[in-house]
Design a protein around this ligand. Structure first.
Ligand SMILES: [Zn+2]
Length: 102
């Protein structure tokens, strides 16, 4: 769980908001177990904008800034470095499992 200050449309004020962070260790383990297949799911989760909610009222009507257009502009929060590392690690582990298993 991580917190950040966003504009809550229900409070009509800047509030502390809570967001879920994906568990990278869990996804890495699942990628190893499934031989890289889980990477597809991991990538989808990384590309999805985080589900933030207001810590005060619990509303999910959150904007990064007061203006709605700004919220749309900053919707994508995917980290390309994390995606690349995950992809390379998954491919390497998948190949290693294939070679050692066969
Ligand atoms: Zn609120």
């Amino acid at each position: 769980m991580k917190t950040q200050r966003f504009f809550c449309k229900d409070c009509n004020e800047y509030r502390k908001c809570e967001g879920r962070t994906p568990s990278h260790i869990l996804h890495l383990l699942l990628s190893i177990i499934t031989g890289g297949i889980w990477l597809i799911v991991w990538l989808i989760l990384l590309l999805k904008p985080q589900a933030w909610h207001c810590a005060t009222c619990g509303s999910r009507r959150i904007a990064k800034h007061h203006e709605l257009s700004e919220a749309i502009k900053n919707k994508r929060q995917a980290n390309p470095v994390a995606i690349l590392i995950g992809l390379l690690a998954g491919i390497a582990i998948g190949f290693w499992l294939m070679l050692s298993g066969g």
